[in-house]
Design a protein around this ligand. Structure first.
Ligand SMILES: Nc1ncnc2c1ncn2[C@@H]1O[C@H](COP(=O)(O)OP(=O)(O)O)[C@@H](O)[C@H]1O
Ligand SMILES: [Mg+2]
Length: 276
């Protein structure tokens, strides 16, 4: 879909933030479609379009009618937020999710397009109006001391999923959800990563310093768009994703809007995706 367009309106089930959690669901065995299906027609190496990347990102969720898990990693200003905005809008368009909750507190200004609320309490007080897109951008007024945590948004997403809804929880700069190096502030975002897909709770996050995240964040993510990286973050990414040494040169030289896509199955396809 064209950037700037808002997704088609569809009726939203009511968000019920205060219902008690139901009993634990059984872990659903991960069924991973074969690599050739996941590549969505992308070339074996060379250049790919953003549309081809989205096919890969949504492949297993589409096939299994489950949630997806994706992330974007890279140096500031190279296109992580732009990428995840499109992931969010496209997930709505495809009906993979019916609502998106975005934690967007990195800057004083709002980064994502959607209906802005200060935090979950504000959304409860001011539910989405029919003329607003089903993308809630949580962004507290920087002039006040009001808080909005990744934990409360992920917890809201999980409750929504357990009540039968489908949702994407997107944390822009996931370090905001940590209380320290590799330590979650709360349990809900990790729970969404671990258990979300079977209840159609999708997750997405961005990070510029992958080595400071709990390792499970990248381990549980199905697809990661790696934008330009250098130094320790680059070495960490090469190591973590077991990329071949030649990937380092490719990643270092990526331009704004370009990324490689790593998946938790199969080998790197050698393709540079984007900027279009
Ligand atoms: N593929 C793209 N095509 C066009 N503009 C892009 C693309 N990717 C990023 N940009 C623009 O580049 C700037 C930085 O991108 P942004 O997504 O904010 O980076 P990051 O989140 O990594 O800091 C923004 O103005 C964004 O609109
Ligand atoms: Mg950003």
């Amino acid at each position: 879909m064209v950037a700037g367009e808002t997704p088609a309106k569809r009726p939203l089930p009511e968000v019920q933030p205060d219902l008690a959690d139901p009993p634990e669901r059984e872990e659903v065995a991960q069924v991973v479609p074969p690599a050739e299906k996941r590549l969505g027609g992308a070339p074996a190496s060379g250049r790919g379009t953003r549309a081809q990347a989205l096919e890969i990102i949504f492949a297993s969720a589409t096939e299994l009618d489950e949630g997806f898990r994706t992330s974007a990693l890279g140096t500031p200003r190279y296109g992580k937020t732009y990428h995840l905005q499109e992931v969010a809008e496209e997930a709505l368009t495809r009906g993979l999710v019916e609502v998106v909750f975005i934690h967007d507190t990195k800057r004083a200004d709002v980064q994502y397009r959607g209906a802005v609320r200060r935090n979950v309490a504000d959304l409860v007080a001011r539910p989405l109006r029919p003329n607003e897109p089903p993308i809630v951008v949580f962004h507290p007024d920087p002039a006040t001391a009001e808080k909005c945590t990744v934990e409360e948004i992920a917890a809201l997403g999980l409750r929504h999923g357990r009540n039968g809804g489908s949702v994407l929880v997107l944390a822009d700069e996931l370090y905001k959800g940590l209380k320290g190096r590799q330590t979650w502030e709360g349990r809900s975002f990790a729970e969404a990563l671990r258990e979300g897909s079977s209840i159609r709770v999708s997750s997405a996050f961005t990070t510029q310093v992958p080595q400071s995240l709990p390792t499970e964040a990248l381990d549980l993510t199905e697809t990661t768009a790696v934008f330009m990286l250098q130094g320790r973050s680059l070495s960490y990414a090469i190591d973590t994703f077991r990329l071949p040494p030649e990937a380092a040169d490719v990643i270092k030289n990526l331009q704004r809007g370009e990324f490689i896509l790593v998946t938790n199955v199969g080998d790197w396809d050698g393709v540079i995706y984007g900027p279009k």
